[in-house]
Design a protein around this ligand. Sequence first.
Ligand code: SAH
Ligand code: TYD
Ligand code: ZN
Length: 406
Amino acid sequence: MKLCLVCATGITPFIDFGSMPLGNGFLLPEQSGDEYRYRMQVGFCPECGMVQLLEQPDRERMFHDNYAFFSGTSRFMALHFQAFAEQVMNDFLPSGAPFVVEMGSNDGIMLQNFKAAGIRHLGIEPSKNVAQVAMDKGISTLTEFFSAELARRIVAEQGQADAFLAANVMCHIPYIHSIAEGISILLKPSGVVMFEDPYLGDVIEKTSYDQIYDEHTFLFSVGSVSNLFERYGMEVVDVQPQSTHGGSMRYVIAHRGARPVSPNVATQRMREERMGLSRPETYEQFRRNCESSRTQLMALLRDLKADGKRVVGYGATSKSTTITNYCGITPDLVEFISDTTPIKQGKVSPGAHIPVRPYEEFARNYPDYALLFAWNHSREIMEKEEAFRKSGGKWIVYVPEVAILG
Ligand code: SAH
Ligand code: TYD
Ligand code: ZN
């Protein structure tokens, strides 16, 4: 039996996706013979409430010199992180010369705002190719994995932090005890931690099972995050729902007793009870919802193929790797996936081996249907793809339900 990564209680899987490739493991067509795979199963810990993968590939397989995800590919996300940085500067940083640390700073999408404001900052980003983009913008970056040991070194060399930030990375890290301990060491007594990740409640309510892939070790809730940080003398002092990545939660955390606790925390925990997040039956129902979503999506794609329609995927997201492999979507159903990220173009998608092509190929010869793999960016994409729709093109979505938008 597998043990909970947080509290070491024995846990059993509620969903088993079988053997899966890496979500961001885009590969050259000639490499497709020896693709790495691992067993993707998800469990719920009845003791501490943490939803988690039961097995995870080594971190160096996922985060390295050729990491495929560049935060800057979404203009909306750049605006989102500008607003996030402004909230930190206006509401949380003390006057004087504050110090801000961000874990998983990627290409500098968040820290560029602190740099522009002349605030002392440090990014911690182990994937060298994306870190280089940040360093080229003049953002101080350490190309290492964050840990308690690194936290001690940063304190010795640069002092404690007034704010510790992280977006879409806390949930990536299986050695979460070292991270929470590291934060408690790095953070000043009056400091603040702010991080956000896709929210378990949204995943359950929208059946957005594509949030499950190798990098997402955890699906957090306010209950499970509170439990984790309490072990290190910290507490959740506020929670702020976000619309990004299909529904995220921003957690504000401080050393215990250092800051007033907002009533939002108790309110959200009550909502989590009502959603059934602490009951195993909820996750059994989620599994059935995933199965039914898969059946509907495949029936639709097969019908379209039988009608001779062209379907192209939009956005070679890591999430799409879960969809294509779990559903069994093959290149005869989806001709190619359009994506703006140069490092993904000319490659094939992990496992399903659907070609990834530059966006220009989508625009040059519109398909009948675009399967919206980047559904979390749908507002931004719908705005810029007016011409596709006007030309008669239709969108296929599968969150919260399989549907055609015409
Ligand atoms: N914060 C950005 C990037 C999220 S992708 C955004 O929200 O868009 C996650 C990033 O975290 C990747 O760039 C990855 O290399 C980095 N990462 C993964 N494990 C890490 C760790 N242990 N410490 C610091 N960064 C890590
Ligand atoms: P995203 O959904 O942010 O991430 P994840 O990999 O975590 O699931 O990825 C968006 C992908 O979609 C990224 O590869 C860039 C691509 N993309 C486009 O091709 N066009 C667009 O307009 C946008 C917003 C994204
Ligand atoms: Zn547990």
